[in-house]
Structure formats: C-alpha cells, structure tokens
Write a protein that binds this ligand. Sequence first.
Ligand SMILES: NC(=O)c1ccc[n+]([C@@H]2O[C@H](COP(=O)([O-])OP(=O)(O)OC[C@H]3O[C@@H](n4cnc5c(N)ncnc54)[C@H](OP(=O)(O)O)[C@@H]3O)[C@@H](O)[C@H]2O)c1
Length: 234
Amino acid sequence: MHTLAACVVPALRRTLWNLQMEYIDLYLVHFPLGVLPECPPSAVFAKDLVVMDMEGVWREMEECQMLGLTKAIGVSNFTCKKLDSLLSFAIIPPKTNQVEVHPYCRQDKLREFCKGKGIQMCAYSPLGANGTSWCSKVMDCPLLKQIALERGKTVARVCLRWVYEQGNCIIVKSFNERRLRENLGIFDWELTDVDQQKISTLLESRGCLDFFVHESGPYKTVDEFLDGEITGDN
Ligand SMILES: NC(=O)c1ccc[n+]([C@@H]2O[C@H](COP(=O)([O-])OP(=O)(O)OC[C@H]3O[C@@H](n4cnc5c(N)ncnc54)[C@H](OP(=O)(O)O)[C@@H]3O)[C@@H](O)[C@H]2O)c1
C-alpha cells in the first residue's frame, strides 16, 4: 500500500497558491485509488494505479478543513461499500459524493445510501459526457427525444431536469454560451410521473471505467472497482 496521505495538505496549499486564493469551498478525493508517487500527473496509465491508504488520506483531508484551507471535504466515485468504510473512521464525514448520474446511470441504491447518511450526491456527466468517445448516448435516446418533444424542451433540459428532480446537485459542462443558458432553463417546469416512470425503465449503462482496472492494479475488474454494485449492462 502506498501512503499518499502526506501529499494532501501540500497539494492543496500548492493549488491555492496557483489559484491565488486563501481557501476553496470544497475539496474532493477524486477516486478511491492512488498513483505511484514517481508517476507524472500528465502520463498516468492503469498500471500506475495503487491501493490508497484511505484512512491516512482522509485524516489529511480533515486537516485541510481544520486548517481553513477548504470549507468542506468530500469524495468522488465512491460506492456504498467504500463510503461505509470511510464513515467508520471519519471524524468529519464527507459532505458530498460526486458520481456519474444521468438517465442511463441512475444510481438509485447509492442515492438512497447517501441520503440516509446525510451525504449530498453530486451528478457528473449529466448529459452522458456528450461528445466523448465514452459518452453514454444519452443525447440520442429516442425516449428522451420523445419526452423533450412532448414537453417542448430540449433533450439536454430533460436530462438535467431529471437529474435535478432526483435530488442531486449537478455539474454540467459547456464552453458554449447558448448551451450554458439552455442548461439553466430547468427550474420552471416539471417532468410528469409518467415521464419519470418511463425513464426508470432505460437499461443502465455508464461511462468507461476500464482505465481504472488492471491485472496488476488494486482493481482487476470493473465489477471489483464498483464493489459488485453494478446494475444493467455496465
Ligand atoms: N469526478 C469525476 O470523476 C468526473 C468525471 C467526469 C466528469 N467530471 C466533471 O463533470 C463535469 C461535466 O461532465 P462531462 O463534461 O463529462 O459531461 P457532460 O456535462 O454530460 O457533457 C459535456 C458535453 O456536453 C456538451 N453540452 C453541454 N450542454 C449541452 C447542451 N445543452 N446540448 C448539447 N450538448 C451540450 C458540451 O459541449 P459544448 O462545450 O460544446 O457545449 C460537452 O461536450 C465536468 O466539469 C467534469 O470535470 C467529473
């Protein structure tokens, strides 16, 4: 096991220096994984991934908050099992778990778990990482297109409204001003119960996690990475 814990506070201090800020609002553990210390951040491959000392890292995350370098701390890409383990030793529990959420990756079990523990779920790739090679084809979904037509909205708005109605906070990305405005237009209308029910029948799939598995790494398969908490055709 590689104890990367000692890197956490210095890394945040370096980030704050780069940003020329005194503190940030939220600091996350990006993945439940470590990277070999000698590996340059710009050239990380699956073979460079190592087991993470989660308790050591979390103690340092707590230190970041106690030092006032961040207002809150959280995690990303954590399963129910990993959150359970983290909560068993956390003095400051994670405020949020940032995970992939969109109509094809609904994460119902994880959302219920987080809700029960007071952890806010935050949805990344809410449009299925539209345009990437690993995108989930959310924007091409015939059902979402049909709902969009019936509601007089775009598919993106249907997706984002659905994510919002599940109680997630959302981080959607666009470099286009028109689409940025479009993505804000989800607060003055609702999906119907029938829309919700239809979306809940979509076959689950998620973005590519192959990068995080390797025969010599901490996780040999995607199933292992997700602690068996896989649904649908991942
Ligand atoms: N914690 C993690 O492990 C993790 C993993 C993945 C992503 N994230 C974060 O989550 C955020 C969003 O995720 P993401 O970028 O993967 O996926 P996303 O928000 O689902 O999709 C972004 C893509 O959709 C396009 N888009 C945005 N609004 C649109 C609209 N109204 N209609 C059509 N296309 C639209 C964007 O293109 P244009 O720019 O051309 O509009 C961009 O190509 C990012 O900030 C990312 O850093 C976190």
